[in-house]
Design a protein around this ligand. Structure first.
Ligand SMILES: C[S@@+](CC[C@H](N)C(=O)[O-])C[C@H]1O[C@@H](n2cnc3c(N)ncnc32)[C@H](O)[C@@H]1O
Length: 200
């Protein structure tokens, strides 16, 4: 009788599924920001997480990318700094663009983070945020965000805002909204996320 072990096959399937999910999520996140980034830009990815969006900008657009976060989860070869979540360790205008992709709702000092992004950026800031429009969307969003971020271990105060609340904050800080786009996550499709491009 042939003794066939299923374990290696199951392991391979698990790895493929993980890679497929990683690639799908990365394509989606990269697609939200890439059209706002010119080739060769100096990019700061603030709250970079694993760093893959920055890595892709570096690979595909020749951007000079630095990563900064309150934790070191960098999985790429890009330069990465850990900072205190308040003052960025860079001089004024060191970058053309700063990315804040799904970062602000993880923080309580949102204005301070934005003001630091504005200080170090000379051309624009790209913010991507969950912007639930009502209690139901907020509940779904909270649920997805909780389960989606179980492993990484960073703060998750679910500090979401509606689009007009963000716009009031940007206006009060003197940040002009030069582009705004509402998008749907590929799953579960029912709540809104928004890309804001700001001029510092
Ligand atoms: C949901 S992850 C997003 C990671 C990455 N931007 C992406 O889209 O793949 C949120 C990240 O924000 C970071 N973060 C939380 N507070 C921060 C702060 N004050 N400054 C910078 N990053 C912060 C967390 O450590 C975490 O890596």
């Amino acid at each position: 009788m042939i003794n066939v072990s299923l374990t290696p096959m199951l392991e391979a399937l698990k790895t493929n599924a993980k890679q497929w999910r990683h690639e799908k999520l990365l394509n989606w996140r990269y697609g939200l920001v890439e059209k706002h980034i010119a080739p060769g830009y100096r990019v700061l990815d603030q709250g970079a997480g694993t760093g893959w969006v920055g890595w892709r900008l570096h690979q595909r657009k020749g951007c000079r990318v630095r990563l900064v976060d309150v934790l070191d989860r960098n999985e790429t070869e890009l330069a990465h700094e850990v900072y205190d979540g308040r003052r960025l360790p860079y001089a004024d205008g060191s970058f053309d663009v700063t990315l804040l992709i799904f970062v602000l709702h993880h923080a309580r000092n949102q204005e301070e983070i934005l003001s630091e992004a504005a200080r170090v950026s000379s051309v624009k800031i790209v913010v991507v945020e969950d912007t639930p429009r009502n209690r139901f969307e907020r509940a779904v969003n909270t649920c997805c965000d909780t389960f989606g971020n179980l492993k990484p271990g960073f703060l998750n105060p679910h500090n979401y805002r509606k689009i007009d609340e963000w716009r009031r904050i940007f206006a009060a800080m003197g940040l002009d909204v030069i582009h705004q786009e509402v998008v749907r996550p590929f799953f579960p499709y029912i709540y809104a996320k928004t890309v804001f491009v700001l001029s510092p």
